[in-house]
Write a protein that binds this ligand. Sequence first.
Ligand SMILES: [Zn+2]
Length: 361
Amino acid sequence: MMEAVVPQPSSRIICLGRDTQMKPELQERYSRQVLFGGIGADGQQRLLDSRVAIVGCGATGSALASLLARAGVGTLRIIDRDYVEPSNLQRQTMFDESDAAESLPKAVAAARKIGSFNSHIIAESLANDLTPGNIGELLGGVQLILDGTDNFETRYLINDYAVKNSLPWIYTAAVGSYAATMNVLPGQTACLSCIFPESPTGMIETCETAGILNSAVNFAASVAATEALKLLTGARLNLRRTLNSWDLWKNERAEVSADKPRVDCQTCGKKDFIHLAGEGRPHITLCGRNSVQIHEHDRPINFGEISERLSPHGSVRRGDFVLKFWKEPFEMTLFPDGRAIIKGTTDTAVARDLYAKYVGN
Ligand SMILES: [Zn+2]
């Protein structure tokens, strides 16, 4: 067993199960995977002893979490800042209609779902926004980081952290019918900044504008999960050392070498970790269509107190993990750490005013 330090993040963690030694019932559970020559009994035991973080649990994160939890990765830490909505259910396979009805944080809903199909592993849930300030705490103790995010800001942050700490991570992206993935093995292969010195999102469509096929997401996640299995079972020679991309609708495929780090790379060459230093990180960001996120971290919210204060101004629904407040035409979702997602506007000033008026300055 590899024992690692479990961080003590500020938000709630749900731990489900703790049974990672290969007992007879586990041998039966994983028998088809053990039969696969590339993994075998030794590889399966390595998986059971593994600790992996999945950052972002939307469509890609759902598929990654499902595949790796079913494969028996012993500890999966799910980090996600968002809550489940009906429009997620078309592609985010970890969630049910009841999760959307409750507006459950995705990290919490995913850990519960994992517990229902594999109670022998640990599913840690962190309903947090990954930031330069908390990344060390949230990702401490894991041996591999998987990308379930939908934005380059967070990916560059993960890349900085991974390169600085010599931790492998796997980039995964999907939009429309397009899927892409790349392994980053710090010191051995190219990092994200080697390939994309500048964020390519300016040129690239997002799922909000281009839509997305659930099959493209699951394709990208399947390739990335397979790379994770190779890495965790020690099959490092089989790891892919390219950035691979596919357009499943147009039948196109491209592959770019990522075999060597670029010597002049700002991140892995010059070790200039600007994203980890938090330079230029906004406190208010657009998130998705018609909504704005306010990042607050030092404003713990007492749900009881605030629901009393908000009730005269609109309708309020208080759950264990989020509080919802409707004030036409806006819908505000508040998290216990003070973070808020405000739907009904793309104007950050409007969102900031609303937050200041009803939550605090
Ligand atoms: Zn690099």
